[in-house]
Design a protein around this ligand. Structure first.
Ligand code: ATP
Ligand code: MG
Length: 228
């Protein structure tokens, strides 16, 4: 049956490697995240953080062990219903060669876009002032025939897209590392203050991104450990 997500994300003795000829990236991971919790995840480059996120999002399947949402294993039949609950800001944000509002209301066709919601998401992601300073505002084209954006501007658009989605689960993968500290803190505080029981998983190198997290973990040698 479809995933609703009411209680818990659980990784049980979960191990993963990309190929049987390559080393295990994740080894016997046990992790439980309750709905509404805010979790930080750190670890050296290449330690497997993005891989772990891909597993949580159902994009990769565990080789050993499993992941359950409310006690249900994610499979081909329920994967999409789980993914529909998640907003993910990846390390490299894909921006379509179209206008700003279509990039924030990603996947929606022009008539379906809710303009007030786009503006709210842009404000929450600290990018509204910039967009509104352009002559064409939210209709400004980006990409080949439009404006070029800096790394931090792209990142804030990625955050606005995630906030527009109004998802139950927000997953940030190094999503604030190109922002200055004040802007990062403003975005993080907004996300923590979102209405409802939003579950948050933040991957970062900079520990400033973990402000207000309930728990912070480190991935090291394929194992996950709680940072005291
Ligand atoms: P970073 O902080 O640099 O983003 P990370 O902790 O997110 O690193 P991952 O991207 O999860 O690390 O990568 C973990 C390991 O898996 C690395 O050794 C990487 O080379 C390897 N890896 C990642 N993606 C693939 C893939 N698609 N196929 C094979 N190996 C991969
Ligand atoms: Mg990564």
């Amino acid at each position: 049956s479809p995933i609703v997500f009411q209680t818990e994300i659980a990784l049980n003795q979960l191990s993963f490697r990309y190929d049987s000829a390559t080393p295990w990236i994740l080894k016997n991971i046990d992790l439980s995240i309750s709905k509404g919790e805010r979790i930080g995840l750190s670890g050296k480059t290449g330690s497997g953080k993005s891989t772990l996120l891909d597993i949580i999002m159902g994009l990769l399947q565990p080789i050993e062990g499993n992941m359950m949402i409310d006690g249900q294993i994610i499979n081909a039949a329920n994967r999409r219903s789980w993914q529909a609950r998640i907003a993910h800001v990846p390390q490299a944000i894909f921006l379509a060669d179209t206008d700003i509002e279509s990039n924030i209301a990603f996947g929606q066709s022009k008539p379906d876009i809710e303009r007030q919601r786009v503006r709210k998401a842009a404000r929450q992601a600290q990018i509204a002032d910039l967009i509104e300073s352009w002559p064409q505002g939210y209709q400004t084209r980006i990409g080949e025939r439009g404006i070029k954006l800096s790394g931090g501007q792209r990142q804030r658009l990625g955050l606005a897209r995630a906030l527009y989605k109004q998802a139950d689960v927000i997953i940030l993968d190094e999503a604030t590392n190109a922002l200055d500290m004040a802007t990062e803190q403003a975005v993080i505080h907004t996300i923590h203050a979102l209405a409802g029981d939003v579950t948050l998983i933040i991957v970062a190198h900079r520990h400033s991104a973990f402000t207000n997290c309930d728990r912070v973990y480190e991935l090291i040698d394929g194992k996950i450990r709680l940072i005291p």
